[in-house]
Design a protein around this ligand. Structure first.
Ligand code: ZN
Length: 68
C-alpha cells in the first residue's frame, strides 16, 4: 500500500489527485490514538484505480461491540 496522502475536500471530491480517476473512492478504516476502549478510527479513502490512500481528516469513534 502506498503512503497515505493528505487531501483537501473541495466542492464535490470524486477525483483522485494521484491518477485522475474520477469515479470516487473506496473506504477503509485505520485505528488511531486509543480512547479508553481503543475505538478511535480514521476513515481513509482509497483510489480504486491506483490504490493511493487519502486522509481527508475524517475521524470517528466506534461503539464498543458486545461479545456474545
Ligand atoms: Zn488514483
Amino acid at each position: 500500500m502506498a503512503e497515505t496522502r493528505q487531501m483537501q475536500v473541495a466542492n464535490w471530491q470524486h477525483k483522485c489527485a494521484q491518477c485522475g480517476y474520477e469515479n470516487g473512492f473506496h473506504v477503509s478504516f485505520r485505528r488511531t490514538t486509543r480512547d479508553e476502549q481503543g475505538n478511535d478510527v480514521a476513515i481513509v479513502l482509497i483510489c480504486p484505480s491506483c490504490s493511493t490512500p487519502f486522509d481527508i481528516g475524517l475521524k470517528t469513534r466506534l461503539s464498543p461491540q458486545v461479545q456474545a
